[in-house]
Design a protein around this ligand. Structure first.
Ligand code: ADP
Ligand code: MG
Length: 489
């Protein structure tokens, strides 16, 4: 039995339940050609344009392993902190389907190229979990049956037939929809950093089979259902929420769960039975006699390891150490290289914490509002860095900086020039501030009388000064002078 700390229990009618989740993620290898043939693996070609005789399973055709795809699998394994198996082999998984002309899928069964590993998954500001990886294996994708082109016929498009997939199998260590979707997102971050898969879920480059079961806390694992081809973080969460509730209801009303494969309906958010699940022995797995075992030297793995870019967790730690960010802020910025690079460009020569606040607050906020990606940001990292520099050297206040940000966002321009041209420089001249304060004190005797008993009402005076000075007064100076003049400690 796998012993796991119970987390996040669900309340049923008859007591608490624990949800157990394991994900099998299919990630399409970013490669020009297929796993066992030279045909193009590109997305979006016309029907059956990218099909070699091997992909169409013509008699006598033989598969030839694509070394590049093997290298991508090793890279990904290293990114998952996993054991790379120097000896692995391909097996035939036998089944019939019209989009599978071979009558079997070439996959890896008992000896996958990558073994156990683990990754860190951030759930929120306070919480990080570790999720175990069971294995990663290489396999070929199947073609696609098309049923909606003709009222009478079905068609088959074999473009995808033979495209290389990495199947990344997690241990059943997740306990909620949030955990599972955060894990799926972290996998996407990792493969994107590595460049081994483009991670485009909506194009099907990355999709998850979601295994869900429920059990009483501490009990043996329950029977699981597997919901196929879930292709967004939100859908993963929905599948789990729906399945967990459904299974608890079935069990509490005295029924039992069938081990089965289910389909998710994105319109209703529900899952439904597709077929009862096969067991591994139903597939009559056996080593593919057309292919030699995969065998390579540790020195090759070491060489690949040296070529890896900085990975998200390493970047996250570096952001914490070098810029003093919280672990969570660092993980959000490190989640994709575009955000990470943008942040680093803003932070260079600036205060790291301040750069982080501006990127994650004002910039991400503005991008979200207009549904823009960071690569489409109208404000460049150089502009934002310059703007922060102006706050830091007290040329403008933080508040004025928000206005300048708006201006560069909509009109563009150099922050220093904008400040100069529009007369937005902060007034630090205490004499000018004093004159304004004296006038406000003289004009508002009632407020002055009140502030003696209620020092908090000093905020009202600050507001008046700022209004009078169009927000340009240095806030520290305003506070200091007000306190002195009003006799507040
Ligand atoms: P199969 O190909 O038959 O689905 P795999 O071993 O490839 O089997 O994958 C099984 C997946 O299901 C793994 O991700 C594993 O963590 C998960 N899993 C296994 N048992 C359970 C269970 N009782 N509840 C939830 N998930 C489970
Ligand atoms: Mg599987």
């Amino acid at each position: 039995m796998i012993e796991i700390e119970p987390r996040k229990l669900l309340k049923g009618e008859t007591g608490d339940w624990e949800v157990v989740i394991g994900l099998e993620v299919h990630a399409q290898v970013s490669s020009r050609s297929k796993l066992f043939s030279g045909a193009s693996a590109e997305y979006g070609a016309g029907p059956n344009e990218n099909v070699s005789l091997v992909d169409a399973a013509m008699p006598g055709m033989l598969p030839v392993i694509n070394k590049f795809c093997v290298e991508q699998a090793i890279k990904t394994g290293l990114g998952l902190n996993a054991k790379i198996n120097l000896w692995s082999r391909f097996d035939r998984k036998n089944y019939f389907y019209p989009d599978l002309p071979q009558g079997y899928q070439i996959s890896q069964y008992l000896d996958p190229i990558v073994g156990e590993g683990e990754i860190e998954v951030e759930l929120g500001p306070e919480e990080t979990i570790t999720v175990g990886i069971e294995r990663l294996h290489l396999e070929q994708d199947a073609g696609k049956s098309i049923h909606d082109l003709s009222p009478n016929d079905s068609y088959v498009d074999l473009n995808r037939s033979g495209v290389a997939l990495m199947e990344i199998v997690s241990k059943p260590e997740m306990r909620s929809g949030e955990e599972a979707s955060a894990y799926f997102g972290k996998l996407r971050t990792i493969v994107r950093y590595l460049g081994t898969c483009d991670g485009n879920m909506d194009q099907g480059s990355m999709r998850a089979d979601v295994n869900v079961s429920v059990r009483r806390p501490g009990a043996e694992l329950g029977t699981r259902t597997e919901t196929k081809n879930v292709n967004s973080l939100k859908f993963v969460r929905q599948v789990i929420d729906y399945e967990a509730r459904r299974q608890i209801e079935v069990l509490e009303s005295g029924g039992s769960i069938n081990q089965e494969t289910r389909l998710f309906n994105v319109k209703t958010g529900e899952t439904r039975t597709m077929r009862s699940k096969e067991d591994a022995h139903d597939y009559r797995y056996f080593p593919d006699p057309d292919l030699l075992p995969l065998e390579f030297a540790q020195t090759w793995v070491d060489e690949i390891k040296r070529s890896l870019p900085e990975l998200p967790d390493a970047k996250k730690r570096r952001f914490v150490d070098a810029y003093g960010l919280s672990l969570y802020d660092a993980s959000v910025l490190a989640a994709d290289t575009a955000s990470a690079d943008f942040f680093e460009a803003v932070a260079s020569g600036n205060d790291g914490k301040m750069a982080c606040n501006w990127v994650m607050g004002d910039l991400f906020g503005a991008l979200n509002k207009e549904n823009k990606d960071i690569t489409e940001s109208p404000v460049t990292a150089e502009q934002l860095g310059a703007l922060i520099g102006l706050i830091k050297d007290k040329t403008i206040s933080g508040k004025i900086a928000k206005n300048v940000f708006e201006i560069i966002w909509t009109e563009g321009g150099n922050p220093a020039d904008i400040v100069e041209q529009r007369g937005l420089k902060q007034v630090t001249d205490t004499g000018a501030i004093e004159t304004v304060i004296d006038k406000i004190i003289a004009d508002n005797p009632a407020q002055v009388a009140q502030v003696k008993d209620k020092p908090k009402t000093m905020g009202w005076f600050v507001g008046q000064v700022m209004k009078e000075m169009a927000g340009k007064a240095n806030p520290q100076a305003v506070n200091q002078i007000l306190k002195k003049k009003l006799g507040i400690e």
